[in-house]
Design a protein around this ligand. Structure first.
Ligand code: CDP
Length: 156
C-alpha cells in the first residue's frame, strides 16, 4: 500500500508542477544593459525588502512562448516605459540561489524616455561611476556583470 501511496503522490506532484511548467529547465530571467552616450542604465529595486534600494539591470522572467529578446523588450516597456533594441549577451549567465538562470543583454533605446515606473529610482552610470559603486548596493546576482559592463562602456 505504501508503494501505491508513494507512486500516487509522485504522479500528483509531477502533474501539479506540469500545470504551470512545461519542462524541468530552470526558469530564465533576462536583464538589459541599456547603453546610451557612454553610460548604462541601472534601476533601484523596490521589492522584496532584502533587495529594496539595490541597483540592478532592469528586466524580469521570460514567460512561456517568449524569446529572451521579446521578454526583455516587454519587461523594459512595462518597467521603464521605453522601447529597446536587444543586442548580444554581456557577461556570463548567473545561477540565482533560488534556481533561476539570469542572462544579461546589451540594448539600446529605440524610443521613449526611460522612467522608474516600478523601481524606486534609476540612474545612468559612466564606467568610472560603476567602478566607484559599492557592490553591497548592487543586487547580488548582478555583481559579476559589473567588470564586463565597465569594459563595454570603456569601448562605447
Ligand atoms: O517581475 P518578474 O518576476 O518577472 O521579475 P523580477 O522580480 O524583476 O525578477 C525575478 C527574479 O530575478 C527575482 O528573484 C530578482 O531578484 C532576480 N533578478 C536579479 O537578480 N537581477 C536582475 N537584474 C533582475 C532580476
Amino acid at each position: 500500500i505504501a508503494t501505491f501511496v508513494t507512486m500516487g503522490w509522485l504522479i500528483a506532484t509531477r502533474a501539479a508542477r506540469g500545470a504551470h511548467r512545461t519542462d524541468d529547465r530552470p526558469q530564465d530571467v533576462v536583464a538589459a544593459a541599456i547603453v546610451d552616450d557612454g553610460r548604462v542604465l541601472l534601476a533601484q529595486r523596490a521589492h522584496p525588502a532584502e533587495l529594496a534600494g539595490k541597483w540592478e539591470l532592469p528586466g524580469g522572467r521570460v514567460e512561456s512562448g517568449e524569446t529572451h529578446a521579446t521578454a526583455l523588450t516587454r519587461e523594459i516597456r512595462e518597467e521603464l516605459g521605453a522601447e529597446i533594441e536587444v543586442a548580444g549577451r554581456i557577461g556570463a549567465e548567473v545561477t540565482h540561489p533560488n534556481g533561476l538562470m539570469l542572462y544579461a543583454y546589451r540594448a539600446r533605446l529605440r524610443s521613449g524616455t526611460p522612467a522608474a515606473l516600478e523601481h524606486l529610482d534609476m540612474q545612468w552610470f559612466s564606467a568610472d561611476e560603476l567602478r566607484r559603486l559599492d557592490l553591497d548596493d548592487v543586487v547580488p546576482a548582478d555583481r559579476d556583470w559589473i567588470p564586463e559592463l565597465c569594459a563595454v562602456l570603456d569601448d562605447a
